[in-house]
Design a binder for this molecule. Structure first.
Ligand SMILES: [Zn+2]
Length: 330
């Protein structure tokens, strides 16, 4: 069953439809999404737009082409993402994509390539992609999805039309989740996880809210020096690590906002005051450093790295110096 169009993407879908009818659709799009705001959804929607068999109402969502795109099984769609054993998208994957795009399209129209997360392209893969971007074969549409496009080489970014999906407002997320998944305590789930409704779509509202609340208790306890980072990391690695990392990112974002609101200047991180009691003791630069670590891990969460160890490293940065420096007690 197709998801309802997220209202916060309506401006983008309208612009893409108009560009296609006017024959002005660019060869390459870079979807810059706020985490969980629907970048892959928009990439699939765009593939349906150009491949749909129902001209005039594309994407209809129910023709064979639209359903094949939704299942990632359309012969004119090549979907590149992280493979089981890797944290990066590799050059061979990009070469396969380029070779496929160079073939004649099955349907006589567009060939579509999607790369997600494009910020996981390694240097060689990004270079290989550049050739396809410079001389796109035939009627080709390349769609890159990234939460951190600054990780892509400027030469790649400059050849793509940028589409920004903003984080939705709370009311928009709630209305959309209710329409897509039915009623539930989505508010509590979003409180814990931030405005990332697309990441909640596969879960259960009550369960997500509980994982969120539990994760926040862990983070509060770690930053107070009253939790063991090894035990906590093992627990997080075992159950719903992706959701918990999102919660971690949201928890950090709140503290960064509070630190900025309290008058700490970003340009004067060295002299930034530590936050008052009851809050994390980290200064704003340390918060940003941790945020990078959390995002890095979240971007590669599907890779089989040692999640427990990676989490433990992040947790130790969160802890007061005295507690974090010592050996973990058995
Ligand atoms: Zn269709």
């Amino acid at each position: 069953m197709a998801l309802p169009t997220p209202p916060w993407t309506v401006g983008l879908t309208a612009a893409l439809s108009q560009a296609l009818s006017a024959g002005r659709l660019p060869h390459a799009l870079l979807i810059h999404e706020a985490p969980g705001s629907g970048g892959e959804w928009l990439a699939a929607w765009t593939a349906q737009l150009v491949l749909c068999q129902e001209r005039g109402q594309a994407p209809c969502g129910h023709c064979t082409a639209c359903r094949r795109v939704a299942a990632r099984q359309h012969p004119d769609l090549h979907w590149v993402s992280l493979e089981d054993e890797s944290r990066e998208i590799k050059i061979d994957q990009v070469r396969d994509l380029a070779a496929d795009l160079a073939l004649k399209s099955h349907g006589g129209g567009y060939k579509v390539g999607v790369i997600t997360p494009a910020d996981a392209l390694n240097r060689f893969a990004a270079n290989a992609l550049l050739k396809t971007l410079e001389e796109p074969p035939g009627t080709t549409l390349l769609v890159l999805v990234a939460t951190q496009p600054s990780r892509l080489p400027a030469t790649v970014r400059s050849r793509c039309q940028r589409l920004r999906i903003r984080a939705p407002q709370r009311a928009e997320s709630l209305a959309w989740l209710a329409a897509a998944k039915g009623e539930g305590d989505w508010n509590a789930a979003l409180d814990a996880l931030g405005e990332a409704p697309m990441l909640l779509i596969q879960g259960d509202a009550a369960e997500l809210a509980e994982i969120g609340a539990d994760s926040r208790r862990t983070l509060d306890a770690l930053s107070a020096g009253s939790a063991d980072p090894v035990t906590a990391a093992e627990r997080w690695a075992r159950a719903a690590p992706a959701v918990r990392l999102l919660c971690f990112e949201n928890w950090l974002t709140e503290r960064i906002r509070r630190a900025q609101g309290s008058g700490s200047q970003l340009t004067e991180v060295r002299s930034a005051p530590y936050l008052s009691a009851g809050d994390t003791f980290l200064n704003i630069r340390e918060l940003f450093g941790l945020m990078d670590g959390v995002r890095e891990m979240r971007a590669t969460i599907d890779a089989p790295l040692n999640k427990g160890l990676a989490l433990e490293v992040l947790f130790r940065q969160l802890m007061p110096a005295r507690a974090g420096a010592g050996e973990a007690h058995g």
